[in-house]
Ligand binder design. Structure first.
Ligand SMILES: Nc1nc(=O)c2c([nH]1)NC[C@@H]1CN(c3ccc(C(=O)N[C@@H](CCC(=O)O)C(=O)O)cc3)CN21
Ligand SMILES: O=c1ccn([C@H]2C[C@H](O)[C@@H](COP(=O)(O)O)O2)c(=O)[nH]1
Length: 322
């Protein structure tokens, strides 16, 4: 590999060597060049490393939005708002033109009905036909359900159990941040062991933890499995956005966003994306303005968010492994 730059050489050529996004680009390069290659669950194949961290300073409204390709932050924001409603059916996403979750119900329907329906037709039917959506559009008890309605069970006294009231972890974290900011237990957990089998996919961004230092709120995400080419951009954005929303609701300033990955991988069919992105240089500091303070974190709307100073390089599309 005579044409490869050594890390020192490539760093010397950087226009903005302190830009946070180099953490991402360097991780991408390391995985692409040295990651362990295997056939993964999807059959596509990945190169993978185990254990990685990326940190971002959220002060002054700055957001970890990739600049080496355009990221559709509104799509990611709509997904986060959908999680906060507790909804697990893709119908409300499809109705907003968000198709990032459509492939899984589509796959299930195609197999069950021996159908070759297109994604666009399937999505339209999900939106137009509530009964069809109820039968085919649900992902099972994924993120939203666990975040705001984690199931509980109460003994009936005769050895049987009835469903108890659900636990709203997001509301509880807001209460604990206000009542006991120094706590080390500000956690939102998606990994409900008892319900994993019922989920279309077990949670990837499974554990969020929040930390207060002075008046600054930081958020940390542990992501057990990360599609660095597609998912990461959304996951890092959503971590920062959730931290910003919690900071606003609890009257704090944003601190840091800390991302930690378990199996961090690049799909082998993302070669075009990876090779293009590795030639690009991060630049600029996009910021998010939250233009309204709703009474509750559950009342945010897409219009409440505005991104400024974002002039990324061109979008690079890549196929999603189902
Ligand atoms: N293989 C895989 N990667 C993922 O990132 C992923 C999954 N599966 N399964 C569940 C969710 C769905 N997520 C997705 C799925 C697709 C895109 C995607 O296609 N993004 C495009 C365009 C998005 C748009 O239409 O706005 C991108 O270029 O970012 C992103 C996240 C994240 N997750
Ligand atoms: O928010 C998400 C959701 C999913 N992913 C990626 C990570 C993997 O590539 C797949 C999930 O497959 P598993 O076999 O369940 O690990 O989806 C992501 O990066 N971000």
């Amino acid at each position: 590999m005579a044409t490869m730059l050594s890390p020192t050489d490539s760093q010397q050529k950087r226009a903005d060597p302190g830009h946070w996004e180099w953490q991402y680009i360097d991780l991408m390069r390391r995985i692409w060049e040295h990651g362990d290659e295997r056939i993964d669950r999807t059959g596509v194949g990945t190169r993978s490393v185990f254990g990685a961290q990326i940190r971002f300073d959220l002060s002054d409204g700055k957001m970890p939005l990739l600049t080496t390709k355009r990221v559709y932050w509104k799509t990611a924001t709509r997904e986060l708002l959908w999680f906060l409603t507790g909804d697990t059916n893709i119908r409300n996403l499809c109705a907003q033109g968000v198709e990032i979750w459509t492939d899984w119900p589509l796959d299930r329907f195609r197999k069950a009905a021996s159908s070759d329906i297109s994604r666009a037709d399937f999505s339209r039917r999900i939106v137009d036909d509530a009964d069809f959506a109820a039968e085919w559009g649900d992902l099972g008890p994924v993120y939203g359900k666990q975040w705001v309605d984690w199931p509980t069970y109460q003994p009936n006294g005769d050895g049987t159990f009835s469903p108890g009231p659900g636990i709203n972890q997001v509301a509880q974290v807001i209460e604990s941040l206000k009542a006991n900011p120094g706590s080390r237990r500000h956690i939102i957990e998606g990994w409900n062991v008892a319900e994993l089998d019922a989920m279309a996919l077990p949670p990837c961004h499974k554990t969020y933890q929040f930390h207060v230092s002075g008046n600054r709120l930081s958020g940390l995400l542990y992501q057990r499995s990360c599609d660095l080419g597609l998912g990461f951009a959304f996951n890092m954005w959503s971590l920062a956005l959730l931290t910003r929303m919690l900071a606003q609701q609890t009257g704090m300033e944003p601190g840091e966003a800390v991302w930690m990955g378990g199996d961090v991988h690049l799909y082998l069919n993302h070669a075009e994306l990876v090779e293009a992105q590795l030639t690009r240089e991060p630049a600029g500091a996009p910021r998010l303005e939250i233009v309204r303070r709703p009474d509750s974190i559950f009342d945010f709307r897409i219009e409440d968010f505005s991104v400024v100073d974002y002039s990324p390089q061109a979008h690079i599309s890549a196929p999603v492994a189902v």
